[in-house]
Write a protein that binds this ligand. Structure first.
Ligand code: FES
Length: 277
């Protein structure tokens, strides 16, 4: 039974070693200086302490409270509200399987179940080698590439149970994996530092931009006054979004083979006219 359950006061969180504290303070002050009101810096500061330990510890929360002159209760309320802050040590790679409605029906539930069995862990648990933390995640606004798996918040599109198992095997073996789009993959701690607002200085990281599909960009084109292209629904695996675009990054070797993800090959979707018929 914990001290909290017994109603006993918790001991103060231990502080960071002096050298770590000095480094975090210097970084933390840079973050705070970006905002007119210091308490606005809490979210990136929580990413900063997550970058140090791989999760937001009591020490990290006390550090944030101290720097921002908040109570630890205020910091804890924020840190426990957002799912991007982990409350216990996690693996180098956080593998999130989207199990929201669209991804779930397109195979996300099956991927999550098979990964649990393959890795021998449950939701929010880490493999014994400390490499992979598995969790189910909510919609990541990539429904046009469902089912989607995220590794440290980088996209791996159009997955199958087989491609997802290959992906985690490669991560655990230390083999290089390449997201379908976006920046190159880095570790969970490195990702947290980038989310704290420090530049990603790896070669090629800035040049790597997202590769949103045509459906995702339709609203943006309309807002810019551009004429959106004719709305065409392709059978899965045959759309232009499935092929590398000039100047875009190629599909990841960890994408599922497109022909295996056709949900209903006997009734493929055809071109859709302006009336949507
Ligand atoms: S439902 Fe999975 S990305 Fe939207």
């Amino acid at each position: 039974m914990t001290d909290i359950q017994l109603g006993m006061p918790q001991l103060p969180a231990p502080d960071y070693p002096a050298d770590v504290r000095a480094r975090l303070e210097a970084d933390g002050k840079q973050i705070v200086a970006r905002y007119p009101d210091s308490r606005s810096a809490l979210l990136p500061l929580l990413h900063l302490v997550q970058a140090e330990e791989g999760f937001v510890s009591r020490t990290g929360m006390a550090f944030c409270a101290d720097l921002l002159e908040l109570t630890t209760a205020e910091v804890t309320a924020v840190a426990t509200f957002y799912s991007m802050y982990r409350r216990k040590p996690s693996g180098d790679y956080q593998v999130g399987v989207c199990t929201n409605t669209l991804c779930a029906v397109m195979g996300g539930d099956a991927i999550f179940d098979e990964l649990k069995e393959h890795l021998g862990v449950g939701n929010n648990e880490t493999t014994d080698d400390g490499k992979v933390t598995l969790e189910h995640i909510e919609c990541n606004a990539a429904c046009d590439f469902a089912p989607v798996v995220m590794v440290n918040w980088e996209f791996f599109d159009n997955q199958t149970p087989e491609s997802a198992k290959r992906l985690v095997d490669d991560l655990r073996a230390g083999r290089q994996v390449e997201p379908t789009r976006g920046a190159p993959l880095c570790t969970y701690k490195e990702t947290a530092r980038i989310l704290a607002g420090f530049p990603d200085e790896r070669p090629g990281a800035v040049a790597a931009t997202g590769g949103a599909g045509p459906a995702s960009l339709a609203g943006l084109r309309l807002a810019r006054g551009e004429t959106p292209g004719a709305r065409v629904v392709h059978p899965r695996g045959e759309g232009p979004q499935d092929r590398p675009q000039p100047g875009s990054r190629h599909l990841s070797s960890h994408d599922a083979p497109q022909q295996t993800s056709a949900s209903d090959p006997e009734h493929p979707a055809g071109p859709v006219n302006e009336e949507g018929e």
